[in-house]
Ligand binder design. Sequence first.
Ligand code: CA
Length: 424
Amino acid sequence: MQITANDPNRKSWLKVTDNSDFPIQNIPFGVFLTKEDITTIGTRIGDYAIDLGALHQLGYFKGIPLTDDIFMQDSLNDFISDGRKTWRLIRNRIADIFDETNSELKDNAKDLDIVVFNLNEVEMLLPVNIGDYTDFFASKEHATNTGTMFRDPENALLPNWLHLPVGYHGRASSIVVSGTDIPRPKGQTIPNDSKTPVFGPTRLLDFEMEMAFITTDVNHLGDAISIDEAEDYIFGMVLFNDWSARDIQKWEYVPLGPFLGKSFASTISPWIVTMDALEPFRVKSPRQEPKPLPYLLQSGDHGFDIKLQTAIKPQNQEETIVSNSNFKYMYWTMNQQLVHHTINGCNVRSGDLMGSGTISGPTKDSYGSMLELSWRGTTPVKLNNGEERKFINDFDEVIMRGYCKNDYIRIGFGDCIGKILPTK
Ligand code: CA
């Protein structure tokens, strides 16, 4: 089926500014609360939120097989379960409804009033009910940086790293939507030169600049999928800040891996940008040497050129951009991560979320965490207001942004924001 929604020549009758992340070619999916306190599934064009539940009730999706309440829900899980064909039909239809050549809704003041809201009139909610969250460690630069810092610069990558996408099972319950404040977590840490731990607020609170993909129902327990079909099961992507307490992490992680140093919160951007919308921005992913085992081998372009940025904004002050990276640096692709996830028979379901791991680029200004930017606190990051940061302070806001751009269009993710509050 053609993705007619992606036509770069298309324009909407809704106003979209030149540098908007949300032109009519984006059509992401999210969940929001209207000012009448109604929760609905929606999309976004420019700075307008569009109520898909209302559109469906008014008959604008006629001819597309959908259950009556598919968009009148507090999560996208059921819609995602409907599969790629339905996602495409709906995006194509939305593009038609809002195309400048179509006045059906535009000239219907009564419908318009029910369907289209200013973005500032709605409250964005978590778009999916995340059943399971898995976090990978798929950036070679990030893995090399942390291996260099904590182990041995000569053998920075552990022996398994070039053979499989390393990952762990994270905590889904504490994933929050952009704009949610995060209290500084407390926990056990081990002071330098001590053998016994102390208890208190983390002193080394960090962000991890990641992206995450959201799946549809992939496989039944016991079955695995092949690399060639992996892409069919990926619905879309969000920005993902995987907050980390480095001092808690350092003391607790042996031998079973990350736990409370990670599970206190992770923040996602509210609009899921579909893989269909990202299609024009496909690029080659880094060459893999040694060649992966056959079940992970794929041909073609499976990376995506998504520019990523992280800024720190101290309270009542201007922000400072501290990192510029790109999703295309990921060594292991999303397809390889998903195939590896199911290869043992583990079932992956609609609404599951897979984090990429911190996305660091090759240069110092492209590192995706304060741990790397300040090199364990040895080279503090300078802010525009003259302050320095080794890690994140109370009342600092961390803002992540991501977008793709070519000669014709810009498709973006909006903001992924979280503010750190003093410990409770
Ligand atoms: Ca992470």
